[in-house]
Each structure stands twice: as C-alpha cells, then as structure tokens.
Design a protein. Structure first.
Length: 346
C-alpha cells in the first residue's frame, strides 16, 4: 500500500533539562549561566531600579512600590490557592495589617521599624483566627466568606466611627525616603517569592499541596488538615499584612480604602495572568498589570473593560498562565518532523 509523507511538530527538552520540572543535567559553566541568568536579570533589574530616581522620577518609583504591594498580595493568594483555598478577599489581610500599624503608630507613637513587624505578625494571627472556623468550607463558599469580610469591616468602621471612622488616621510616621522604601519592599518581595517556592519543595510543602489534590488521602495518612490549613493561612497572610503595614507608613495614612476591592481584584488577576500555582507567575502578573493600569489611568472606568479582555484572553487562550508558558518555551524547543501516512489518511 502506498504511503504519503506528513509533518507534525515535536516538542523536545533541551539537553540541560531532564524529564522532570526541577532536575537539570549541568556539565559546563555555560549551562549554569543558562539556568541562573533569568533570575539574575530580574533580581539585578529590581535592585538597580531605586538608583535610577533621576531618570524614572518619583511617580514611577511609587508605581513600583504599588506593584510590589500587589505582588505580595498575589503571592499570598497563590499560596492559599496551592492549598485549595480560593480567596476572593485579599483586601482583608491588607486592611488588617494597615489598621494595626496605624493604631500602634497613632496611639503609642511607635516608629515604622517597630509597627510594621508587629502589624505583620499580629495581623496574620488575627486573620488566621478569623478564618479558622471556615477552613472546612471548600471552593466558592470559602471564597464568598473572604469576599464578605472586607465589606463587613468597612461597614463596622464607618458605622461605629472607631479607628478614625470615615476620616481614617493621618499624619503617621513616614519612612526615611522613597529609595529606602523601594529597597525594603523589593527585598521582601524577592524573599517571599523564592521562600514560598522553596517551601513547596520541602516535605512540609508536599503535604500542603496534597491537601489540595486529595485531602481524603492526607486525612487517611494521619494529618490534621485543619491545622495545616491554619498554618497555610498564617504564612499566606504574612506578606499581605506586611504590604498593608508598609503602605500605611509610605502614605502616612490609613482609612476605609485599605479594604477596597482593588486589593482583592488586582492580586487575583495577577495570579491568573502570571499562572496560578507558580509564585514567580504571580509576581510577573503584578509587574505586568499594575504598570499597565497606570498607563491606562486616563481612560477612567474603561480600564475595567481592558482588564476583562486581558483576563478573558489568558483564561481561554493561555490557561496555564504566562510564566509557565515562558518557562516551557525557555527549556524546550519545537521542530517539524516528517511522518508517513498510509493512503487514505490512516
């Protein structure tokens, strides 16, 4: 029977990459550079940026501060998602951290060096205690609780006039300078992204991931998943409460906007665009969406339409996210190979 020749695309790992996600066959310095160059490029770029104040201007330096803030919230969301907890209200972590540091600074006159660490840890504990009773909920039910909490706190503060009421607390101690602020939040962002990535490569991280994949098997293995989920909430809350505490001193103000939905929507969108389940993806998504948001500020509410289109494109056209796609393209290549087809297309 005669045959005809067809063609197909074949995807191959580069020689340096083995058939797993985290194992590489390194034999030369060139291959080592091939692995570390992307990380070095990102880290060096972020650390050099604060030195370019005369070129970038204060405005774009403040944009990077906001970008790192959203990146920390996106990392927090991604860690919760990795344990099977889908949060729709990252603003609750941000707002709790912001109000605690504002209260400590206004009532006790404590400096940022003291209030930010205290608000970060104590705020994470408060958020963990708030969410502990609902950790048994799954899917959208847990998400609805987290979505309602920021709205609840906003109404309580507005009605009772506590913590400054609708006027908030202003005149709080400022951070030394914009350059120092940038270095602090950039360093914390890098520590969180690499730290979370490393955490999920340990045995402890494997248990957390297993809770999402098959919680019944984890229970059968003798683990208390409620306790592990509570630990995950505490760890995930740390970067988010730090972001709220840090931004409070950066702006020297905290008020009801600390619970705004922007602090819930942008982190979620960043994680989806960058790639859920990949902490580097959450950071990448934030560094794409937040500067884009500033560039589109003149369009007003039309920005929401553009956000929706971007999310639709990524959810439908690139569901794995931008970072996993770029990572795969970096470590693999495609080639066209011939294949014989029997007559009739068999």
């Amino acid at each position: 029977m005669s045959a005809k020749v067809g063609y197909r695309k074949e995807r191959l790992d580069r020689g340096i990459k083995a058939r797993t996600d985290d194992i590489f066959a390194i034999s030369t310095y060139r291959e080592i550079l091939y692995l570390i160059l992307p990380r070095v490029f990102v880290i060096a770029g972020l650390l050099i940026f604060p030195l370019l104040g005369d070129f970038t201007g204060v405005y774009w330096q403040n944009v990077i501060v906001i970008t790192c803030t959203i990146a920390l919230l996106a990392l927090s969301w991604d860690l919760l998602h990795s344990v099977g907890l889908v949060s729709l209200g990252q603003a609750v972590f941000f707002g709790v951290g912001a109000y605690i540091t504002g209260f400590l600074a206004q009532q006790f006159g404590l400096p940022p060096l003291v209030t930010i660490p205290l608000a970060t840890v104590f705020g994470a504990l408060v958020c963990t205690m708030l969410l502990y009773p609902v950790l048994r909920l799954r899917g959208v039910y847990f998400g609805l609780i987290t979505f309602a909490l920021p709205l609840l706190f906003m109404r309580i503060i507005e009605t009772t006039k506590v913590l400054g009421g609708t006027e908030g607390m202003s005149g709080l101690p400022a951070l030394p300078s914009i350059a120092i602020s940038l270095y602090i939040i950039i360093t914390i962002t890098l520590v969180c992204v690499f730290g979370f990535q490393r955490l999920f490569e340990t045995d402890y991280g494997l248990v957390l991931k297993a809770i999402k994949d098959n919680d019944r098997s984890v229970i059968a293995a003798g683990f208390n998943i409620s306790w592990f989920k509570a630990q995950a909430v505490f760890i995930a809350a740390l970067p988010a409460t730090f972001a709220g505490a840090f931004l409070t001193h950066h702006y020297q103000f905290v008020g009801i906007p600390a619970f705004a939905t922007d602090y819930s929507i942008l982190p979620l969108a960043s994680a989806i665009v960058g790639g859920p389940g990949s902490f580097f993806g959450a950071m990448l998504g934030a560094f794409l969406l937040v500067p884009l948001s500033e560039l589109l500020r003149d369009l007003g509410t039309l920005r929401i339409v553009i956000y929706s289109v971007i999310l639709l494109i990524f959810v439908v056209g690139l569901p794995e996210g931008l970072y996993p796609y770029l990572r795969r393209k970096y470590f693999q290549f495609e080639r066209v190979v011939s294949m014989e087809l029997e007559e009739g297309g068999k």
